[in-house]
Design a protein around this ligand. Structure first.
Ligand SMILES: [Zn+2]
Length: 274
């Protein structure tokens, strides 16, 4: 599932492609992906321009010239492509926004959605989200406070969007690896130093992954050299049995917090074992 770096990369690159351009036509191939009747959706978007694109957690918000917002969540398997009818990927497309010859395709929205909302509705839909890792408000002080009130395993909290925004299964494992903490470590057993390392790891891993274009499997447009640049940079995620980047011991795959989890059993200390 696309996480913060993937969506941030989409946001930055999409703006270069569609910012301020008028939507010429709208095609909906899966009504369940939108929240209003197809005709109303088309009427609301026709000739609209996207004034700016905002990312919140794993969502993108397309702010329209009408004052309305398109709220996108790709969920599992969703992606986007911008190009012509000839070079679009051979995948199931649910919604197409046409800008003339070039079109923006929303692909694989099986569980994902593209909802037309007012500002108030969009704010309400996002009101339960925790702090953004790159927000100036997300300081070590704030994170320590949140961490000190937390019970359970660090992995479960890292992927909990109400605790902190934008982290999913892949980056949670990468963050734990960087912080040298076992993903099943309990919050109550972390000391101030562990929490500071975890805080740094959250910001560093997400920043690096964003700068490298995240891990999406497809480019966003034909000449796109950035998207997916992080694919070969995962140190633990999907690296079962490969040697640990730090100590050479094999990476372990295990179900933790009901999620497929990857870690090094040697250099990610488990607080449970002291
Ligand atoms: Zn290791």
């Amino acid at each position: 599932m696309p996480e913060l770096p993937e969506m941030e990369n989409y946001k930055r690159q999409l703006w270069q492609l569609i910012g301020n351009k008028s939507i010429r036509s709208i095609e909906v191939d899966r009504e369940k992906s939108i929240n209003v009747p197809v005709l109303a959706f088309q009427q609301a978007l026709l000739q609209e321009r996207i004034l700016f694109i905002e990312r919140r957690a794993k969502h993108l918000l397309f702010h329209l010239s009408s004052g309305k917002v398109l709220l996108l969540h790709l969920m599992l398997g969703g992606l986007m492509y911008y190009g012509t009818k000839q070079d679009k990927p051979n995948r199931s497309i649910q919604v197409t926004l046409s800008y003339g010859t070039d079109e923006l395709y929303f692909i694989g929205l099986r569980l994902g959605y593209l909802h037309l909302l007012t500002h108030a509705q969009a704010s309400k839909a996002l009101s339960d989200l925790g702090p953004e890792p790159f927000s100036p408000a997300f300081t070590l002080e704030l994170f320590s406070k949140l961490a000190n009130n937390k019970r359970g395993m660090i992995k479960s909290a890292l992927i909990d969007q109400s605790f902190i925004s934008g982290i999913g299964n892949c980056y949670a494992d990468e963050i734990c690896f960087r912080a040298e903490l076992h993903p099943a470590s309990k919050w109550t057993e972390l000391n101030a130093d562990d929490i500071a390392r975890l805080y740094d790891a959250i910001r560093t891993v997400l920043q690096e992954a964003t700068d490298l274009g995240g891990y999406m499997e497809l480019p966003l447009f034909e000449e796109d050299q950035l998207t997916g640049g992080y694919n070969d940079h995962c140190k633990v995620y999907d690296q079962e049995d490969k040697p640990c980047f730090r100590c050479g011991n094999p990476i372990i795959k295990e179900m933790i917090a009901s999620r497929k989890t990857f870690y090094c059993g040697h250099c990610q200390s488990s607080t449970q074992e002291g």
